[in-house]
Design a protein around this ligand. Structure first.
Ligand SMILES: O=P(O)(O)OP(=O)(O)OP(=O)(O)OC[C@H]1O[C@@H](n2cnc3c(O)ncnc32)[C@H](O)[C@@H]1O
Ligand SMILES: [Mg+2]
Length: 206
């Protein structure tokens, strides 16, 4: 089964492939099919985008909308994350937080995957909590906000972790895990042999 992933961001494809690497029989293909990013919640953007792209290609499709939410800024940049990354950038964000210390630097990433096929659209969500670093810290991994985000339980920013490490705990990983559960059920229901397509043999039911 092929699932198309409509995104303009190749980092997302790289991470999705790492996260979904244990899926057999299912491949994720990058699709460059722009869709209107309506102004609204991540859920609204993903639902609209998934339906929009599905109507165009009539094949199983995912889109994904993510945001970076900073507690001390009442969730800003949140649904404006793309625009803020391109304008203020990470330095601008750090400046806004100059006098903010400790617990007040809390932030989280959230991802909402929208999946659409002939049965309609479904959403899958993932969140990772952490805090905003005091300075930009990167070993060249990751992208966008990764160099200022330190996940809870870590000292390093996402941009100091290899993509494989980020992808063990990230918001994207969590959203895709939910999506995987849905795929397992769907495949069990639709496949006569009841074969999951998953390497983990304990999950095989044939
Ligand atoms: O074409 P799409 O899939 O929309 O790709 P995008 O880069 O516009 O992605 P989003 O709208 O989902 O993301 C909003 C902003 O948040 C950034 N972002 C998304 N996921 C991230 C992650 O895992 N780490 C750091 N920044 C991220 C992204 O680069 C944008 O600046
Ligand atoms: Mg976008």
């Amino acid at each position: 089964m092929k699932i198309y992933f409509a995104t303009g961001n190749p980092n997302k494809i790289k991470e999705a492939n790492i996260i979904l690497k244990d899926l057999k029989n299912i491949s994720v293909e990058h699709l460059k099919c722009p869709y209107p990013e309506i102004q609204g919640t991540l859920e609204e953007v993903s639902e609209f985008g998934a339906k929009y792209v599905y109507e165009k290609i009539k094949k199983p499709i995912i889109v994904e909308d993510s945001g970076f939410f900073i507690g001390a800024l009442n969730g800003f940049p949140g649904t404006y994350s793309k625009y803020v990354q391109e304008t203020l950038g990470n330095e601008g964000i750090l400046k806004l937080l100059e006098d903010i210390e400790g617990e007040n630097r809390k932030a989280y990433f959230k991802t909402v995957i929208g999946y659409c096929d002939e049965n309609g659209v479904k959403l899958f969500k993932g969140v990772i909590e952490g805090k905003v670093a005091h300075e930009i810290r990167s070993k060249g991994y990751g992208f966008a906000y990764d160099s200022i985000f330190i996940p809870d339980g870590e000292d390093r920013t996402f941009a100091e972790m290899k993509t494989e490490e980020k992808s063990e705990i990230s918001h994207r990983k969590r959203a895709f895990e939910e999506f995987k559960k849905f795929l397992y059920n769907k495949i069990i229901k639709t496949n006569d042999r009841g074969y999951y397509g998953i390497q983990n043999t304990s999950n095989r039911i044939h």
